[in-house]
Design a protein around this ligand. Structure first.
Ligand SMILES: [Zn+2]
Length: 291
């Protein structure tokens, strides 16, 4: 009887416990145009991912942002995102916090040291080394993707008065908890090393901003897809830098949906957080569009 009780008390995340597979509906799109559109045909495919072979990567959920609207939306998103991350962790997934350019804030933590200590694993492609915004950057791939469906050449501040670009972030927003078994890195090679060490080939991305960092960072969508990982974006756990005064002059949230469509069409499928939480997908309070 004692054995039965102790196994009942064992948390799902403890080593050796077989977690139930993560059942996903992977959404992608097909279309003819060079630029993705929400009119492109949806393709849904069921997949079953083993939690122990799956990582979740949290991109650039910083403590502040030079754009006040962007910062406010990160605050709004961070609580629900922490709930998603907790579920992922409890199901046995490996959690990587990737607050680009401020990982030194965590230099003395075991989670940062874990990423630095992971044994070198050679990636199947040469990892991007070109620089942008303080880290290696994976630029748009003209052979693979058309232009982005939104114009973010103004950097995407959607405030009434344009914000001044400044160095605003110092760490990851504290709302998102960092647990003992997690890792912290903003480095592509360290990410590859951490995943290889754990035999992980499934990567779930979340965080901000989809038209910039969630595509371009060295641990993010473009590079993870190119290194052969099975990648999925949580489409309700992201935001964009997009100003509706710029083309195609749709609302901020329609702009985000267009970039999601771009990802689904040219890079990787998307899921919603419901797959992890069983709860309705997250929605920003200012997104007043009809469902
Ligand atoms: Zn702004």
């Amino acid at each position: 009887m004692a054995l039965t009780i102790s196994s009942l008390l064992e948390p799902a995340s403890s080593s050796g416990a077989a977690s139930a597979p993560l059942e996903l509906t992977l959404r992608s799109r097909t279309g003819d145009g060079k630029v993705a559109s929400v009119a492109d045909a949806l393709v849904e495919k069921k997949a079953s991912w083993e939690p122990k072979r799956t990582a979740v990567i949290i991109c650039d959920m910083w403590d502040d942002h030079w754009c006040k609207s962007a910062a406010r939306r990160v605050v709004e998103l961070a609580g629900p995102m922490n709930a998603v991350v907790k579920k992922a962790r409890a199901q046995g997934m490996f959690v990587i916090h990737a607050p680009s350019s401020v990982v030194n804030f965590y230099k003395d933590t075991p989670q940062r040291k874990r990423a630095q200590a992971a044994a070198f694993a050679k990636a199947p492609i040469t990892l991007s080394t070109s620089e942008r915004w303080g880290t290696a950057w994976c630029w748009p791939d003209n052979a693979r993707e058309g232009g982005l469906p939104i114009d973010d050449s103004d950097m995407g501040c959607d405030c009434a008065t344009k914000c001044t670009i400044r160095e605003a972030w110092t760490r990851q927003i504290s709302t998102i908890e960092i647990a003992a078994g997690d890792a912290i890195t903003d480095n592509g090679q360290e990410t590859i090393n951490l995943l290889a060490e754990r035999g992980i080939d499934n990567v779930i991305l979340m965080g901000v901003h989809l038209n910039m960092c969630v595509l371009g960072r060295p641990f993010a969508i473009r590079q993870m897809v190119k290194t052969g990982k099975n990648v999925a974006l949580i489409r309700d756990m992201t935001d964009t830098m997009y100003d509706p005064r710029m083309k195609p002059m749709v609302s901020h949230f329609e702009g985000t949906d267009l970039v999601v469509a771009h990802v689904e069409r040219f890079w990787c499928p998307t899921i919603t957080s419901t797959a992890l939480t069983g709860k309705p997908a997250f929605r920003f309070k200012d997104d007043t569009r009809k469902r």
